[in-house]
Design a protein. Structure first.
Lengths: 213, 94, 1001, 417
């Protein structure tokens, strides 16, 4: 088996763990940034009009596949179970805790392949940047054309759009304890470095704390 | 910048989309049976009207779905958004 | 420091406790916080602030805002200098340093003031009529014209400041924070709508800051403060000051420029300017109106000023704009200005009113102050060269021409002019809004608009304060409702102001000079020196369209974009042509409303952010290894890996030799990869590739060519069958995104019935390509479960297993003609794989090679690169790849191949070239001729697409596209190059191992 | 015959307070019939009329313009002139145009302010370098001036250019056509109009063609907002509106109309003495004689007749310009605008016959036809007068699309210019 220590996340070269340790006491930062490395990500295709498929897939991922655009289903906390993001009328992104994707992919294929579903493991194709804090939304507004007003883009909502010059999938998690918003940004691996540096730059005026996710 | 309503994702900025040109041009089923002129007509000729224009757009940085838009090229007013394969809502053209 | 001799002892919105020092043209002065550079200069008695563009006449401060044509300055010096700012908009800060522009060596002594003497030779468009003979003369003159033109100077160093962008969304965007905008924002805000109110000035209030009008029983400015307090308590209203709405684009996309630090002086931390891109459901345009001047002879002298501006200097900045004023007006607002001046300590010698009668309220303002009113008079000329010394007045006749009757000169140093008001219709017009003509006020007002936008208050031609407030209030309510807000909110009554009874204005834009030729000194466009005479000249010469007049005379083309001149200009034109003003029409209003910093337009997208740089999972290894990189699309790819003092050629030679003699390894992660699943995949592949796919077995790969529907090669790559209905397609690195969207387009728009699903997995996989005689041995060392011999894993086959313990897909595909293994692992293991290969391969002499060696190796084999051998005009047949073009099935582009020209025999075809001199490497892009001639022109028959020195072949090699190339094999052709001519023999395009034995080995 | 322009006439008129100048062109009402009607009073239409009169002795001509002369793309382009095209066919026609330009001020007796200050095309990657080498070699062998420059040589010509190797788009080299440059776009239209008028051509403004009259497959005249005008021959030269006119005549074309945007900065003292273009970063810049930096980019992606475009295109254009010229950052955009460009699939024009007899068309110049203005008029005049194309424009026929004989200048027109 390949040893986990051999893995490198998209942002491994930035030494974020060390930075997070150094930033631990930084409490006045308006923005917190971290990398959620190695998220499980499965691209699921199927016809939402096909009940057999919907039943099979929903049963496997433990929630009803969302069919309302820009919404998600499943768990906000991935340790509790997978989260399913609507990507398109025939496409979902299943996000799992790191390592959980392989088994789930197997189950999904078994359940859904017979009824027109297909699954592709894209866990390495994107990494996830977590952006939270009182000014998280301000930072996003600098590069994203979506309306991110808290009443419009609510917890559990997701959307694909552009952030600066990178294509992203944006997911809004449950608010932080202090009421501030928290976002997960799925970004293509080769754009991750660009986007991270961009985010740090854009967030500079609010103060940035690097966090461990 | 245009505001285009993706039939699935809702209203989004033009920068998320790409325009694929005139809609309702069907690929000939038997290209080999066509004259060079008829083939060129399919390949190159476009209506390019000043006024309502049925065109295809794709939500490149969103759901990646293609759909049709009826847009007035003289004013940029968007008259309709409709799915691929559906006829032009204003009954014009083919 | 000198005293501020024109400063009033009290009043104004300046902070006398915060004196600020500044300099202008090297002289130091003092002003106060709250001043603009213009008001501070005026407080110090500085009247001449610039020179005009063409004639270099002295110019003084003309307005108090965005419309300023004259007071153009260069702010600061060094990397933070900014040219062409309007002093009326520059907020004073401590240490500010500014200079006049367009005067050399100094404002007082300006060499080009000599142009004034030649003015008779320099009418509009003079340059079109001369400098044609002798021919070279123009070149010299152009240089002179260029040096004389331009206003300020560009900084010569990169900008130290930062800029950014912000996307915002709201229900109601209110442009302008005067009484109208405030009323609109208050009303809309109370419904709970998301409101943004933006004003270009440092505080909200608009005209209420400049005059002494009352709202709801208190002084306007105090009412403004109360209104602002309401906003502070409302989360849904966002106030943006120092923020100009500069463009109203399609579908209510409004661009705002927020100036965040400019008022604090240079070098302040933080984003200097921010571009807001607001998508508003509804827009309320409450941008106010400009007062307009009246054109008469010598109306450009320092001391001629808009009447409302003169009042603003008194009321807002506590400055006396002159010692003794004459007010020239055609409407009642001039009286209010006269009253403000008089009360502020500037004696008003006379009000020259073009009308026979003023409104009662207005007349009373003059009467109480004992100001002489000359009804039915006009100013016809100005006394004084360096500044205003007096105004010549005379009686006007019914046609609006001065008669010369009762002529007299009234001594004054301030001539305050009010020619009526022009609603600020700019934003309304940016995206197709039409204008109506209000003949009572002789001004254009907003008409129909295709956008969800409405004008209110002065911007809509409503000039009375009480009506402005109502109009804004109403617009705010309507906008919120139209934006879908159901709540009515606390409606209350509109803020109220006193109503008065104005008399109509008299239509008067221009007082023709009594002197012959005097019109040549009657300035319409103050910045570009466009005179009434120029406009008549243009019309006389047939440049009758208002657009021609603009372009012929440059009317309205200066940095102020004609804010104070356009309407006067077209009124004069209307007079010359004898056509009514609305028929003459306006020129087109274009964004930006006022100039926008390029830095702000670019925002953060500069330097490293100009375009994302894409890096592979192994990138940092390459960097550490000292690789030179090549840009391929957004990717950085290792180009070659020079050792200590190797030249590029030496490094490439070494890499190429290693790849054929030991082991080479290439980072191939950038290749596009598409996961394809679905029952109809074979059908789909058959349609998009030129060759057939029916017989491909699971675990096998095939090379494919894609054409556009025009039959021209579009991309190529290898596709592997992973399972019954599961394939993996690879594309070129640069073409990955293009191919993906192209395939998706066909699927969704043309063949929705096909069961095929595409997922881009380019980034899922890191990929290392091993090649060379030692490759299999190394694979053997690193893998236990993979079949590696040629039987089990032959050329063009794929197996899954572990390499260095990492789960991998291994493909026997080759772009080098050697035995190769392309190892794909999940991207997270890319670096681990690479390290393992390098460590285990060391004993075999593993050598990483870059794109240059890759190009050489494939060229040795005659393999093409899409985008290098092809350029959108090349078919598979041109490349000698007929065997890849199926006769049996249809595919995209097939029909185009049989078009008469595309099927021609003598098309350009791919061949090899060997130079006579083996060490001579033809430049890529060299053109080929069959028959060289001593001099061009020569008939070209093709060009070199690829050309290298090949260490493996031991000589230079080249690929070329040459007309009827295949039938020329064996012939000699020539490449005429600057200074020499290279002879080469046409050969088959394979230079190494033509039998291909090594590939299968 | 209008009085000649010269320094002498300028001085003489100065004494008369410039009251004595004659009209540059008459403003006639359209006659009921002409031998030739040219639809479109842009540079190309006016040049067509001028050369019909000058070279072919045809003077019974009306140029019908729906708005004001030069108000189409002629009046809104970034004025770049060059003839450094890849294919022989293009080189032929653009070089003819450049040569005509070189004598145009004198020929027209109207200073069009031709400024042959050189046009630089930058290369930012190896692919660009290869393309530039190919192009320069081809251009030279066609007998046209062109040379490859190193980054340092470019820096010497354009000191404000950022050639730092660390730039996101480093400048690796480039090509230069010294005879390229700019000209005053309005003056080209006006000079041609004045000269055509002097030879008897009727220039009719504010007159829109609303239909093309035909009888038995043959054109007989045009319907206009100022009445019917009969004609033996009709030439359509309406750039962005070509498809609209073709539809009136009952045929379709391989042309699409797109917004193309440009912008100018406030005027500043000279800092840029050449024209700088970059296909890879998508921008081209020059400084006008008045001092504005004139900048343009690529087309907006969708069809459009609005003469406006989207802000993101401007943002990209400016960001690209700043990549090349970091010192532009504090300068300011004074005005932006758009034109309607008619783009062919191969980025080359169509000049020749139509399916309707005696109806000719000249269009598809897309983003780059200002440089062609006199050459285009010259060959089109020949085509109309003789009923057959000149060898220079024969390859640019409408039927090349059926045959597949495209003249693909996308490389050259990858960005607009
Ligand atoms: C922003 C921009 C930048 C450009 N930059 C360059 C450059 O740097 N270099 C370069 O070489 N080229 C450039 N071009 C392209 C160039 O401007 C055009 O190719 C060229 O000017 C076309 O000239 P024309 O006479 O054919 O068309 P136009 O000048 O557009 O003239 C066509 C005329 O036809 C009239 N018309 C339309 N319909 C009718 C009708 N029904 N009846 C009567 N009249 C009608 C129109 O009103 C118009 O005046 C640029 C274009 C744009 C928009
Ligand atoms: N007596 C008269 O004849 C007369 C004529 C005109 C105006 N007025 C007075 O002027 C006032 C008009 O009120 P109003 O609120 O309509 O106009 P206003 O001039 O008071 O306010 C307009 C505001 O909009 C701002 N603005 C303009 N363009 C902008 C842009 N693009 N972006 C951001 N801000 C911009 C201006 O800086 C100003 O603060 C009233 O007090 C009225 O009585 C009187
Ligand atoms: C080469 C060139 C230079 C220009 N310079 C100026 C200028 O100095 N000032 C200005 O206001 N506009 C300038 N413009 C823009 C024109 O005012 C105008 O916007 C353009 O011709 C398009 O016309 P329209 O805006 O009337 O539609 C320039 C245009 C071109 C093509
Ligand atoms: Zn969508």
């Amino acid at each position: 088996m390949a040893e986990p220590y051999q893995r490198q996340s998209a942002l491994a070269h930035l030494g974020l763990a060390a930075r997070a340790a150094a930033d631990r006491e930084k409490s006045d930062a308006g923005v917190q940034l971290g990398e959620r490395a190695f998220p499980g990500q499965l691209n699921l295709r199927g016809d939402p009009g096909n009940e057999e498929f919907m039943d099979a897939a929903s049963g496997t991922v433990d929630c009803v596949l969302p069919t309302v655009p820009n919404t998600s289903a499943g768990e906000d906390d991935l340790e509790e179970g997978p989260r399913v993001l609507w990507l398109a009328p025939v496409e979902w992104l299943i996000v799992t805790a790191a390592g959980a994707e392989e088994a789930l992919a197997g189950e999904l294929v078994a359940a859904a392949a017979g009824c027109g579903g297909s699954v592709t493991d894209v866990s390495d194709a994107r990494t996830v940047i977590v952006l939270q804090g009182p000014n998280a939304r301000d930072v996003l507004m600098k590069g994203c054309p979506l309306d991110l007003h808290p009443d419009v883009f609510r917890p559990g909502h997701c959307a694909q759009s552009l952030l600066a010059r990178a294509a992203v999938i944006l997911y809004r998690r449950a608010d932080e304890a202090d009421g501030s918003a928290s976002f997960e940004i799925h970004v293509t691996r080769s754009f991750a470095d660009y986007l991270w540096v961009w985010l740090e730059d854009a967030a500079g005026e609010y103060g940035v704390q690097v966090i461990e996710v | 910048m245009l505001l285009i309503t993706c039939p699935w994702c809702g209203p989004r900025d033009e920068i998320e989309f790409s325009c694929g040109g005139e809609a309702h041009i069907t690929r000939p089923s038997e290209p080999e049976a066509l004259t060079d002129e008829a083939w060129a007509d399919y390949l190159f000729n476009r209506t390019n009207p000043k006024g309502p224009h049925a065109e295809r757009w794709v939500h490149t940085h969103g759901c990646r779905r293609w759909f049709n838009v009826l847009r007035n090229t003289a004013t940029n007013e968007i008259l309709a958004v409709y799915e691929m394969g559906k006829p032009r809502p204003d009954g014009e053209g083919s | 420091m000198r005293p501020q001799r024109m400063r009033l002892a009290s009043g104004g919105r300046i902070d006398r406790t915060r004196p600020l020092s500044f300099s202008f043209d090297g002289t130091r002065y003092q002003g106060f916080a709250g001043d603009t550079l213009a008001s501070a200069l005026m407080a110090n008695g500085v009247r001449r602030v610039g020179r005009s563009f063409k004639l270099h006449r002295f110019r003084g401060i003309f307005s108090a805002g965005a419309e300023e044509p004259n007071a153009i300055v260069q702010l600061e010096s060094g990397p933070r200098t900014v040219p062409n700012l309007r002093a009326t908009q520059v907020e004073l800060y401590d240490g500010l340093s500014a200079a006049s522009v367009n005067a050399w060596p100094s404002l007082a002594v300006d060499f080009l003031a000599i142009n004034s003497l030649f003015a008779p030779l320099l009418p509009a468009g003079f340059y079109y009529k001369t400098f044609m003979w002798p021919k070279p003369l123009w070149h010299a003159c152009e240089g002179m014209i260029r040096r004389a033109a331009g206003l300020g100077r560009a900084p010569m160093d990169p900008d130290p400041d930062t800029y950014d962008h912000l996307h915002a969304h709201c229900d109601v965007l209110v442009v302008g924070g005067g009484p109208t905008g405030l009323a609109a924002a208050l009303r809309a805000g109370r419904t709970g709508a998301r409101v943004i109110i933006a004003d270009e000035q440092n505080e909200l209030g608009g005209q209420l800051l400049n005059n002494r009008q009352q709202v709801d029983g208190s002084l306007g400015a105090d009412w403004v403060a109360t209104a602002c307090e309401e906003f502070v308590g409302t989360a849904n209203v966002r106030v943006l000051t120092r923020t100009t709405a500069f463009g109203h684009y399609e579908h209510n996309h409004v661009a705002l420029l927020e100036r965040r630090t400019d008022h604090l002086g240079p070098g302040v931390d933080g984003v200097r300017q921010r571009l807001w891109k607001v998508r508003a459901k509804q827009v309320v345009l409450a941008a106010g109106a400009y007062e307009r001047p009246i054109v008469f002879r010598n109306n450009d002298r320092p001391g001629v000023m808009l009447a409302s501006a003169a009042a603003a200097y008194v009321n807002r900045y506590a400055v006396r704009p002159g010692q003794r004023a004459v007010v020239f007006t055609n409407n009642d607002s001039g009286y209010a200005a006269a009253a403000d001046l008089a009360d502020g300590g500037v004696p008003v010698a006379a009000i020259v009113d073009a009308r026979l009668e003023a409104g009662d309220d207005a007349a009373a303002l003059a009467a109480v102050r004992d100001i002489e009113v000359l009804n039915g008079f006009a100013v016809v000329d100005v006394k004084g060269r360096r500044q205003v010394a007096g105004a010549d007045v005379s009686i006007l006749n019914d046609e609006g021409a001065a008669t010369g009757g009762s002529a007299r000169t009234i001594g004054c140093d301030l001539l305050a002019v009010s020619g009526g008001w022009n609603p600020c219709v700019h934003l309304h017009c940016h995206s197709g809004g039409k204008l109506d003509f209000d003949s009572d006020w002789a001004c254009f007002v907003p008409g129909r608009t295709p956008l969800a936008s409405r004008a209110a208050g002065a911007a809509a031609g409503v000039f009375e304060l009480a009506a402005c407030l109502e109009s804004g209030f109403e617009a705010g309510a309507r906008a919120a409702r139209a934006a879908g807000i159901k709540r009515r909110g606390r409606a209350r009554k509109a803020p109220a102001a006193e109503r008065n009874s104005p008399a109509p204005a008299r239509r008067l834009f221009h007082v023709p000079s009594l002197k012959r030729g005097g019109e040549a000194k009657a300035f319409v466009d103050l910045q570009y020196d466009v005179t009434a005479a120029d406009i008549s000249l243009a019309a006389r010469e047939g440049y009758e369209s208002v657009e021609h007049v603009k372009r012929y005379t440059t009317l309205g083309m200066a940095t102020d974009q004609g804010k104070t001149s356009n309407v006067a200009g077209l009124a004069i034109l209307s007079g010359v042509l004898g056509r009514p003003i609305p028929e003459v029409g306006t020129t087109t209003f274009r964004p930006p409303y006022t100039a926008v910093t390029y830095g702000a337009l670019a925002g953060r997208d500069v330097g490293d952010f100009a375009d994302p740089v894409r890096k592979t999972p192994m990138h940092h290894w390459h960097v550490a290894a000292g690789a030179k990189f090549e840009d391929v699309g957004q990717w950085k790819r290792p180009w070659y890996y020079p050792r200590a003092d190797e030249s590029m050629q030496e490094a490439v030679n070494r890499e190429c030799l290693a790849a054929r003699n030991t082991i080479g390894v290439l980072d191939a992660s950038t290749l596009g990869k598409i996961d394809i699943q679905g029952r109809d995949t074979v059908t789909f592949l058959n349609r998009v590739y030129t060759n057939t796919w029916d017989s491909l077995a699971v675990g096998r790969s095939r090379y494919g060519l894609m054409c556009g529907e025009d039959g021209m090669i579009f991309d190529d790559g290898v596709t592997t069958r992973l399972g019954d209905h599961h394939y993996l397609m690879t594309t070129t690195s640069g073409g990955a995104a293009r191919v993906m969207s192209w395939l998706e387009e066909w699927l969704q728009t043309e063949w929705p019935e096909l069961d095929v699903r595409l997922t881009s997995v380019t980034e899922q996989w890191a990929s290392a390509g091993l090649c060379g005689p030692g490759a299999r041995r190394l694979m053997d060392d690193l893998s236990e479960d993979l079949p590696l011999d040629s039987e089990a894993l032959p050329f063009m086959a794929m197996a899954e297993g572990r390499v260095a313990e990492i789960p991998a897909r291994v493909f026997r595909i080759s772009f080098s003609g050697e035995v190769s293994f392309e190892i794909n692992v999940a991207a997270r293991y890319g670096m681990a794989l690479w390290n393992a290969l390098m460590t285990a391969g060391e004993k075999y002499g593993i050598t990483p090679y870059g794109t240059e060696a890759m190009h050489v190796l494939r060229a040795e084999k005659g393999y093409i690169i899409a985008g290098q051998e092809t350029d959108g005009t090349v078919t598979p047949i041109d490349l000698g790849l007929e065997r890849m073009v199926s006769k049996k099935k249809d595919f995209i582009g097939k029909r185009s191949l049989s078009r008469s020209d595309t099927a021609r025999e003598d098309r350009k075809q791919l061949v090899g070239l060997l130079t006579e001199d083996e060490s001579e490497v033809l430049p890529e892009g060299a053109q080929i001729v069959a028959e060289p001639r001593p001099m061009p022109p020569m008939e070209m028959i093709g060009h070199v697409t690829s050309s290298y020195y090949s260490a493996n072949v031991g000589r230079s090699i080249a690929l070329a596209l040459i007309r009827s190339g295949r039938s020329r094999v064996g012939e000699y052709v020539f490449a005429p190059l600057p200074g020499k001519r290279v002879m080469a023999r046409v050969v088959e395009p394979v230079f190494f191992d033509p039998e291909g034995g090594r590939l299968h080995g | 015959m209008a009085a000649r322009y010269s320094i002498v006439s300028l001085v003489r008129n100065a004494f008369g307070y410039h009251e004595g100048w004659q009209r540059a062109w008459r403003s006639p009402d359209p006659k009921e019939r002409y031998h030739v009607v040219v639809i479109g009073g842009g540079g190309h239409g006016l040049a067509t009329a001028y050369y019909l009169a000058k070279e072919h002795g045809v003077t019974d001509i009306a140029v019908i313009e729906r708005g004001w002369l030069g108000g189409g793309n002629t009046g809104r382009n970034t004025t770049i002139i060059r003839s450094n095209y890849l294919w022989d066919e293009s080189a032929g026609i653009y070089e003819k145009a450049l040569q005509l330009y070189e004598g145009l001020s004198q020929d027209l007796n109207f200073n069009i302010m031709l400024s042959q200050r050189g046009v630089l095309n930058l290369a930012h990657n190896l692919h660009d370098l290869r393309e530039i080498s190919r192009r320069v070699n081809a251009i030279r062998l066609n007998g046209i001036d062109s040379e490859v420059l190193s980054a340092e040589e470019i820096k010497a010509m354009v000191p404000i250019l950022n050639i730092s190797p660390g730039a996101r788009y480093p400048v690796l080299g480039g090509s230069l056509q010294r005879r390229g440059g700019v000209a005053r776009h309005d003056a080209v239209a006006w000079g041609l109009a004045r000269a055509a008028d002097a030879r008897g051509v009727d220039i009719v403004q504010n007159c829109e063609v609303t239909d093309i009259l035909r009888e038995g497959g043959r054109v007989t005249g045009v319907e206009t907002t100022r009445g019917t005008i009969m004609a033996d021959k009709v030439g359509i030269v309406v750039a962005g509106h070509s498809s609209v006119l073709a539809a009136m005549a009952g045929f379709r074309m391989p042309v699409e109309s797109h917004p193309l945007q440009a912008l100018v900065s406030e005027p500043i003292k000279p800092i840029l003495d050449t024209v700088v273009m970059s296909g890879t970063v998508h921008v081209y810049v020059s400084q006008s004689d008045r001092g504005e930096l004139v900048m343009g980019a690529g087309i907006d992606g969708h069809n459009g007749y609005t003469q406006r475009g989207s802000l993101p295109v401007i943002e990209h254009m400016v960001a690209a310009a700043m990549e090349l010229f970091p010192i532009f950052s504090r300068l300011r955009m004074m005005r932006q605008w758009g034109g309607i460009v008619d783009v062919c699939p191969d980025a080359s024009p169509i000049i020749g016959k139509t399916p309707v007899e005696n109806l000719f068309i000249n269009c598809g110049w897309g983003t780059g036809g200002f440089k062609a203005t006199p050459g285009s008029g010259w060959v089109f005049a020949h085509t109309i007068a003789r009923g057959e194309p000149h060898p220079l424009n024969a390859p640019f026929s409408l039927d090349r699309f059926a045959a597949g004989k495209l003249i693909d200048e996308h490389g050259a027109a990858g960005v607009a210019h």
